[in-house]
Structures are given as C-alpha cells and as structure tokens.
Design a binder for this molecule. Structure first.
Ligand code: HEM
Length: 439
C-alpha cells in the first residue's frame, strides 16, 4: 500500500539552538550541518528565511539524486549567481542543451586525452616551482592556484597564462566570490561591489582569446580548437571556457592545498609519499607509467578528497514533487546532496574524522559502499574533468615532493565554504630545496 509521505524533517528547538551557537562560534555552516545530520538524520530541511533547501546524505539518497531519479531534478536556476556568470555553460544547462555541450567536450577530457597533457602539466608546475627559493615561507593556497591556472589554460586552451595571471587574478577571485554562498541567498538584491568590473575584464580576455584563435590557428587540436571546430558561436564558447576555467582550477587548487596541509600535519605519511616518489619517479619528469605506479600518493589524494571534498555539496532543484525515503519533496525545492557529510558518515567510514590513506588501498576497496564516496558526483552527469584532476594532482604533487621538503607552519586552518571548500586563511609552509632527491 502506498503510504502518505511525511514532510521533510526539521531540527527540534534544542538542535536549532546548538546549530545557532555553532554558527555564531565558528562562522561556518559545516559544523551546523554536522549537528543537523547527527540529530535529525540523513534527510533534513534547513529553515532559514528564503533559504529552505532539503539536505540529503548517504549512498541511498545519492543514488536517488545522481542515478535513479536524476531526471526529476534541474541544475539551472535563473536566480542563482552561477547562472549569471556562466550563462549557458555546461554546468548550468539542462536537458538536450546540456547533453549536446557535454558530447562536444567529453572526448577532449577522456583519460587517454588527458595523458597527452601529462608532460605539459609537469612543465607548468616547474615554472612556478622555479620561483620557490630555499627556506621561503609560502601560502600553498596561492601557489596551487597559480599552478592550477597555468595547467588548465595551457593544456585545454593552448595559452601561456603567465603574462596575464597577475592582471586577471583579482577578477577571477571576484567571480569566484560572486558564486560562493553568502548573504545573497537570504537577500538576493544585496549589492555585489566589484563583480561587474571583474566580469567585464574576464569577458574581454576570453573573447579576445577566442577571436585570436579563430584568426591564427583554428586548426589546433585542443579543447578550444574543438569548440571552435564544432561551429559554436563566440558567446557559447565563452560560456564553456569560463565554466572550465572556474570549475577546473578552483577545485584543483583546493584539492592540492588540502593535500599539502594534510601531509604537513602527518609527517610520517609525507615521508612515505616522498619515498615512493623517489623510488618510482626518481629525478625524471612523471610519465604515464610512473603515475600508474604512484599507489600511495593515489591513496593520499583519495583520502584528501574524502575529508575535504572541494565540491562539498551538489545543488539541484526538484522539477517535480517527489517522494524520497518516505518523505515528500515539493516541486521547486532546492535540494543539496552533501558530499562532505556522506564522506564523514560513521555508518560507512570507520574513524571518519581520521586521515587514513590506507582505507583506499586496493585490497580494502571492496569494503567501500557504492555512492558513499562521491567527490566527483556520480551517474551520467558526474565531473567531466575527473580524470584531468586526478592525473594533474599526481603530477603536481610528485613534482613538489621530488624537489622540496615541506614544513607546515603553525596556524589555525579551517574549511571555508566558498565556491569550493578551501583551507582558510591558507596553508603556510616552509619549503627547502632537497639536497639529494634520490636519497
Ligand atoms: C579535484 C578536482 C575536482 C572536483 C573535486 C570536482 C568535483 C565535481 C563534482 C562533484 C561535480 C558534480 C556536481 C553535481 O553533481 O552537482 C562536478 C561537475 C563538473 N566538473 Fe568537476 N571537479 C574537479 C575538477 C574539474 C576539472 C579539472 C574540470 C574541467 C577541466 C571540471 C569541470 C566540471 C564540469 C564542467 C562539471 C559539470 C558537468 C556536467 O554537468 O555535465 N571539474 N565536478
């Protein structure tokens, strides 16, 4: 018999009070979400003024949103800043339009294609590492953004981004801030100073990049060449390039910075990773074979993605009224599947708060429950850049570990919910040139 579905659970007043206290104390939604999950369960509703999303946690709900009932959800919301910024970028399109864009870009981001960029990834990393001097104190959040920008722009769009990096640094960060959660959620008309100027500067750069490519070397077979050859208009190409620029570098920046932070906190694991790199790669530029053999580094990256998933939540809107796990989600509700909470759920992860790379050892992987681990989402609309990001992370980290010893400087670091989950205020490390890289 079909039982009437219950309304979405909300926090009791005692939980609500703890949530408010956590919000006031830590100025972050994450601890508040953890309290809600622990007290209310795997599905709950946040009840802030004009922000009442349903939050879903764990493999059963992930499967509902990502696989079985994915057609009942929409990505695009005309009111969201991300739609204003990316216009008709892949990330904010639905239905046929999304599928056509995805089909146009996917071949260029397949693992085999990504392997073709491997050497360039090492080369762009080296450009930034050449500026690191022995004994320098560096903010790895900044350094990893520089590397990620050079790699993304160099490999997918064939441009040397170095001469424009300084000029476009602030506009890029301003655009990222514009799409990050903030008070605009509650007050949509809140003034957003600096955004229009930033957008104008970015657009000028992107349209110039596209028109120069059309004139000079339209034949070049990178992602930009592919988009031009597919017959898209400049406007539509701009939307895809900006989407990949933002989605493809801000996430990798966060992943790399968190990995270095965790290695800095865990010197034994750092030493083991460095020893592996020495044995597998030696002094060479990492190759496809090397990358395949860096197993411990792979576990470290996976564990970092579990603890600090750069995309900590997937956003949707319910296109229909629907039942999930006996609860009713009304049409047009904002639905968020929480990657962060799924990855720290005790039901699936022993000692979930601990950094334990070995849990991703191949012999242990049979213990993982499908869709309990979703750093790149899941189903047909998973991250199009997942292979790119994982190869990139290995190459960049291997290159750093080959060349430098790292010491984390004392500073309180907390996860900040921007467009990605970032280590704030940054990851300060002292870098020392390695005297004998092969030990
Ligand atoms: C560590 C790095 C990365 C992480 C953790 C990550 C995570 C994710 C996640 C979780 C989604 C799905 C979100 C959802 O279900 O709502 C996604 C989608 C997407 N990602 Fe990534 N991503 C990363 C790197 C990249 C890179 C390098 C690129 C581009 C080169 C990229 C481009 C995209 C795009 C365009 C989508 C939307 C795909 C679609 O809707 O069809 N990402 N990413």
């Amino acid at each position: 018999m079909n039982q009437a579905a219950k309304p979405l659970p909300v926090a009791e007043s005692e939980t609500g009070l703890r949530v408010l206290k956590a919000l006031a104390r830590q100025r972050s939604l994450l601890p508040a979400l953890e309290i809600m999950h622990a007290d209310v369960g795997d599905i709950f509703q946040i009840t802030l003024p004009s922000f009442k999303p349903a939050v879903l946690v764990g493999p059963t709900f992930n499967r509902h949103v990502l696989v079985t009932d994915r057609d009942r959800f929409l990505w695009r919301s005309e009111k969201d800043p991300v739609t204003h910024l990316l216009r008709h970028g892949l990330l904010v399109e639905d239905g046929q339009s999304h599928d056509q864009l995805r089909a146009a870009m996917e071949p260029e981001l397949h693992r085999q294609k990504v392997y073709g960029h491997l050497e360039a990834m090492g080369h762009f990393t080296d450009i930034i590492l050449a500026q690191w001097e022995d004994g320098m104190n560096l903010d790895m959040l900044v350094e990893m953004r520089r590397i990620a920008l050079l790699i993304l722009m160099g490999t997918l769009f064939g441009v040397d981004f170095m001469p424009d990096m300084e000029r476009l640094w602030k506009p890029i960060l301003r655009a990222i801030k514009y799409i990050s959660p903030g008070f605009w959620i509650i007050w949509p008309d809140l003034p957003r100073p600096g955004y229009r100027r930033a957008l104008q500067e970015l657009d000028e750069y992107l349209f110039d990049l596209i028109s120069r490519r059309r004139i000079t070397d339209a034949e070049t077979q990178d992602l930009l060449g592919h988009l031009i050859a597919s017959g898209m208009s400049d406007d539509l190409i701009r939307d895809q390039v900006l989407t990949l620029l933002i989605a493809g570098h801000d996430t990798s920046t966060a992943l790399l910075a968190w990995t270095l932070y965790l290695l800095g906190r865990h010197p034994k694991e750092l030493a083991r990773a460095q020893a592996e790199v020495d044995i597998v790669v030696g002094r060479n530029m990492p190759s496809i074979e090397h990358v395949g053999h860096l197993r411990y580094l792979d576990q470290i990256i996976k564990e970092t993605l579990r603890l600090y998933p750069p995309i900590h939540v997937g956003n949707r809107f319910s296109a229909t009224s629907q039942q999930v796990g006996g609860y009713q989600i009304p049409k047009n509700t904002r639905v968020m599947y929480s990657i962060y909470l799924s990855h720290r759920d005790e039901a699936y992860w022993p000692d979930p708060q601990n950094f334990t790379p070995e849990r991703f050892d191949r012999s242990e992987q049979h213990r993982l429950t499908a869709l309990s681990y979703v750093p790149f989402g899941g189903g047909p609309r998973n991250c199009i850049g997942a292979a790119f990001a994982q190869v990139e992370a290995k190459v960049v980290l291997a290159r750093i570990l080959q060349k430098f010893d790292l010491l984390l400087l004392p500073q309180k670091v907390s996860p900040y919910m921007g467009a990605t989950l970032e280590p704030r205020p940054g990851v300060m490390m002292r870098v020392s040139q390695r005297k004998a890289p092969n030990g």
